[in-house]
Design a protein around this ligand. Structure first.
Ligand code: ADP
Ligand code: MG
Length: 254
């Protein structure tokens, strides 16, 4: 099984931007690993951030299968069908593949399909050296265990005390959900130079392990303003430089 890291945090903290920068840096390395990027945030936009177009999501496939289930013969191999469909929507890009999980389930009971999906995801992720999952603060996909084998859970926070308190709440949630992971790190994002000491102080008080402080970066704001992919950030952009440090710190990508 390859390594799996999930990036989580409250909406707007910069999960998607950080995920995109992780990919950007890992793709530039000589010792490239085979990467799967999973957009597990129902407000899917990782694909956008990377300049990719995604029309059908894993959630859509599950929904269609749920609706057609009653009319399928009982001996029909639903897992194989589901897996084939997931493979169809896997986006193959230069250096990485991407899966968009899409909307959360409707009102029906999805236990059966989710258990199939768990197996399918596990087998899919097994083909990659590294899987990076962009996931919302509610940890839906992780709690349903459609995504398993988590090595690191990375919580992105803004620099405010309230933001860091939310990071602490997410850690509690992860524990309440009995998520299995080896490390939990906090990345504080959009940090202003003058806030750094205070941020570390607050994090210390909450017993949060800050693995990096990504500065507020005009280049991100500028690209996002017009919707250009963050892959296009320059190498010396302050946020990119810090993300490189974090990658080293975590020991990703060799
Ligand atoms: N380091 C940064 N510097 C400046 N702006 C940032 C930074 N990180 C994220 N942003 C901006 O913050 C907003 C939310 O980022 P996004 O990655 O979409 O958050 P999330 O995925 O957590 O909802 C976007 O407008 C993005 O441009
Ligand atoms: Mg996002």
């Amino acid at each position: 099984m390859g390594r799996v890291i999930a990036i989580t945090g409250k909406g707007g903290t910069g999960k998607t931007a950080i995920t995109a920068m992780f990919l950007r840096s890992l793709l530039k390395r000589d010792d490239k690993c085979i990467i799967l990027a999973i957009d597990a945030d129902p407000d899917a936009n990782l694909a956008d951030t990377l300049g990719d177009k995604v029309e059908i999501t894993v959630g859509d496939i599950r929904e269609n299968l749920q609706e057609s289930m009653a009319s399928l013969p009982p001996d029909y191999d639903k897992k194989q069908y589901f897996a084939a469909k997931v493979f169809e929507v896997l986006l193959e890009k230069d250096g990485y593949d991407m899966l968009v999980m899409g909307r959360s389930e409707g009102s029906g009971c999805y236990c059966y399909l989710n258990s199939l999906l768990k197996g399918i995801m596990y087998e899919t992720m097994d083909d990659y050296d590294l899987t990076i999952v962009d996931t919302p603060a509610g940890l839906e996909h992780l709690s349903r265990k459609t995504i398993t084998g988590l090595e690191s859970l990375i919580v992105v926070s803004d620099e405010s005390r309230r933001g860091l308190k939310t990071a602490e709440t997410i850690r509690q949630l992860a524990d309440e959900l009995d998520l299995e992971y080896e490390n939990l790190y906090v990345i504080v994002n959009k940090v202003h130079e003058q806030s750094r000491d205070q941020v570390l102080n607050t994090a210390d008080g909450l017993d949060l392990k800050v693995i990096g402080m990504v500065p507020y970066d005009e280049n991100i704001a500028r690209l996002d303003l017009v919707g250009d992919p963050l892959i296009g950030l320059p190498d010396d952009s302050p946020a990119v430089v810090e993300v490189e440090n974090i990658i080293k710190e975590i020991g990703l990508g060799g």
